[in-house]
Design a protein around this ligand. Structure first.
Ligand SMILES: Nc1ncnc2c1ncn2[C@@H]1O[C@H](COP(=O)(O)OP(=O)(O)OP(=O)(O)O)[C@@H](O)[C@H]1O
Ligand SMILES: [Mg+2]
Length: 265
């Protein structure tokens, strides 16, 4: 189980982006993290896997703690190379495959911590699952379609056999049918016993997959609850699922608007 408590993150020592975020990913669950552009979703994932350094960011308060069968691990004090071996995988925003490397080299890069032959056996599993990756194994990954690149990025993250997978907008820029494929894949990954923290703009997809969801706005969690409840929440439906009148800028605005409406009536 992953537990983020009261996390504060600052970029360049001055820009406060996460303002005390708390969130839990229980073992075996899928948890959705939703929110508008710039809310701090990617920042939260970077804080968990130790990637803030390279973006000149730092955790200034709070903690990220992983509990697994090997004990309790304080993540925010560790370097990324010590976080992956704890069983955390990260599928980064915008796919971030190595376009110049072949499909196979990309996969093997994800299994760098495994011995050579083991990495190859592991890669075989993903060729079974994604025949297109086997077909293209000797081609540069940059020539794959967007959907294929996303599958490769996910397979690469799985190569290290994580117990917890952080996914940053895996559906971004994909055609509806491919989004369905990604959704099925996430479900399969979870059924294999991997917990998932899923960052998405596609709230409908995320809430269908997730057990629990959090809404992040402007560096703060403004709402959280079981996915079914969030799906039924009128304000969420209106603002995030596009099922209402729409037109309002944020969940917070919707709340203010409703309060005003209640006052007036
Ligand atoms: N390296 C950085 N230096 C300074 N500010 C940054 C840096 N990275 C992100 N930010 C700022 O932090 C805020 C949160 O960014 P973040 O990328 O975490 O948002 P997000 O919720 O992932 O947005 P999106 O949905 O667009 O991916 C934004 O205002 C962004 O401009
Ligand atoms: Mg982002």
């Amino acid at each position: 189980m992953l537990e983020v408590s009261n996390l504060e993150v600052v970029y360049h020592s001055v820009v406060l982006v996460l303002k005390g975020v708390s969130l839990r990913v229980p073992d075996g669950s899928v948890v959705a993290l939703l929110g508008p552009n710039g809310a701090g979703k990617t920042t939260l994932l970077r804080a968990i896997t130790g990637l803030l350094d390279i973006h000149d960011g730092a955790v200034t308060k709070g903690s990220t703690v992983l509990e697994n069968e090997k004990g309790t691990h304080i993540l925010h004090e560790r370097r990324p190379e010590h976080i992956v071996p704890l069983g955390i995988g990260h599928v980064m925003e915008g796919r971030r495959i190595f376009p110049e490397l072949t499909v196979e080299e990309n996969l093997l890069a994800g299994g760098y911590a495994l011995a050579g032959h083991k990495a190859r056996t592991e890669a075989e599993r993903y060729y079974e699952r994604f025949p297109i990756l086997r077909e293209r194994r000797r081609q540069q990954a940059g020539y794959l379609s967007g959907g294929e690149q996303q599958m490769l990025a996910i397979a690469r993250a799985l190569m290290a056999r994580p117990r917890l997978l952080l996914m940053d907008e895996p559906s971004l820029g994909l055609a509806p049918q491919v989004v369905e494929d990604v959704k099925t894949l996430i479900r399969e990954i979870n059924e294999d016993g991997v917990s998932v923290l899923l960052v998405e703009q596609n709230a409908t997809m995320a809430l269908e997959l997730a057990d629990y969801g959090y809404i992040l706005e402007n560096g703060r969690i403004v709402l959280d609850g079981p996915s079914e409840e969030l799906r039924e929440d009128t304000d969420i439906r209106e603002f995030y699922l596009g099922l209402g009148e729409g037109g309002r800028r944020s969940y917070r605005d919707v709340k203010h608007y409703r309060r005003r409406k209640r006052w007036l009536s």
